[in-house]
Design a protein around this ligand. Structure first.
Ligand code: HEC
Ligand code: HEC
Length: 350
């Protein structure tokens, strides 16, 4: 026995096992995730290859505060894993405590739920294009693209990770954005109690939740906008949030023009991209301005019509009562899924 042990030790010392640094040891390469029940995992729809090397690199970049001007904020500061990669506040807080005017949306299932247009108003056209925005946004991370590329490229560990992901160690903003987008694309959420119910497990939903499900897909008309596997049509609708007369409007606050700021069209005034409803219970408060404090308030808003607002025509077809609101809220709780969980790494490339 002792001889064997000694031989084994000698053999392992002789084989040139490279010593992994803490940041490499903590974050080994992982295979791409399988699709959880109820959602697709077709990474082929993205305009670049999603590989384990890119995803690992993107995860470090996503959580690394060195990408911000003062080293305090990362993407993960606002898009927090434990809140479905959204945040528990009405407004995002960026570097030096500055507040933006909108809430950070969840980035779950982003590769297929947000197909054409990113942000609440759709001003970014792709996931990778989107990732470049916050880095240079003066309120969010406050850096510049050349500064970030230089800072990342100055870290030998990152140069190694770029070589593994892209074939050489050229560090530029496009590659940074692509790696981050690859990581985001792997944050899939499915396998919720709703998905199990749909797959045939009749015990997965309570009676109240089943009633909510019927209203959601029936006279509530919710699925007309929150439809499909991602519970969103990825389109823009004015539902009245934040407009004067709507009960969620804050006195004195200037209404956010939403999609109109991008298209200039009057019809797009106050229209925002339909958010996914997966994992919605994890990210109160709700709506682009966080004006609905609870899920109950958010759903109750559909019982009311805003005065003087050009609402989406589907809104007039919604026919729900007070008890329906409770059933819908119960049903929405059954959309909490699994598959996206993560936590920030403790060690980053050095
Ligand atoms: C200071 C908080 C903050 C930081 C830091 C931040 N974001 Fe965001 N993020 C937001 C807000 C707020 C929005 C919505 C902005 C809008 O619609 O105008 C958003 C939108 C997004 C979206 C679009 C989601 C959708 O549904 O359209 C993605 C994707 C995203 N961020 C990824 C990132 C990445 C990647 C980083 C890091 C490079 C990052 N964010 C850094 C607050 C933040
Ligand atoms: C005409 C399209 C449309 C219909 C119909 C619709 N929604 Fe929405 N929903 C939206 C849009 C757009 C938003 C985001 C509005 C904003 O932030 O200003 C939203 C937001 C929400 C939110 C908040 C999500 C978040 O992350 O902040 C919930 C909850 C919600 N809807 C539930 C429902 C329910 C339940 C129904 C059915 C009674 C329904 N919706 C019907 C378009 C629609």
């Amino acid at each position: 026995m002792h001889t064997l042990l000694a031989l084994a030790l000698a053999a392992s010392a002789a084989a040139e096992v490279p010593v992994l640094s803490a940041w490499e040891a903590e974050s080994p390469l992982r295979p791409l995730p399988e699709a959880p029940l109820g959602v697709p995992a077709d990474f082929g729809t993205l305009p670049f290859a999603v590989t384990p090397e890119k995803v690992r690199l993107g995860r470090w970049l996503f959580f690394d505060a060195r990408l911000s001007a003062d080293g305090t904020i990362s993407c993960g500061s606002c898009h927090r894993p434990e809140h479905g990669f959204s945040e528990p506040t009405a407004h995002s807080r960026g570097i030096r405590g500055q507040e933006g005017g909108r809430k950070a949306p969840p980035i779950l299932n982003a590769a297929f739920t947000i197909q054409h247009a990113y942000f609440w108003d759709g001003r970014a056209g792709s996931l990778a294009e989107q990732a470049k925005g916050p880095i240079a946004n003066p309120i969010e991370m406050g850096s510049s693209h050349p500064a970030v590329a230089a800072a990342v490229g100055a870290v030998p560990g990152y140069r190694k990770a770029f070589r593994e992901a892209f074939g050489d160690d050229q560090v530029g903003i496009d590659r940074i954005a692509e790696a981050i987008a690859a990581y985001e694309a792997t944050r899939l959420s499915g396998n919720s109690r709703f998905d199990r119910f749909q797959a045939g497990d009749r015990t997965a939903l309570s009676e109240e939740e089943q009633r909510g499900r019927e209203i959601f897909f029936g006279r509530g008309r919710c699925d007309r906008c929150h439809g499909g596997a991602g519970f969103t049509d990825s389109r823009f609708h004015a539902i009245g949030v934040g407009t004067p007369g709507h009960f969620t409007a804050r006195p004195g606050a200037a209404p956010d023009p939403g999609r109109q700021a991008v298209t200039g069209a009057e019809a797009d005034r106050g229209a925002f991209r339909t958010p996914t409803l997966r994992d919605v219970s994890r990210r109160a408060p709700y709506m682009h301005d966080g004006s609905a404090a609870t899920l109950f308030e958010a759903v109750r808003a559909y019982q009311f019509q805003a005065e003087g607002v050009a609402l989406d025509p589907v809104m007039r077809e919604i026919d729900i009562t007070c008890p329906d609101v409770d059933a819908l809220v119960a049903f929405l709780g059954a959309l909490d899924g699994t598959g996206f969980e993560d936590r920030p790494p403790r060690h980053f490339p050095q």
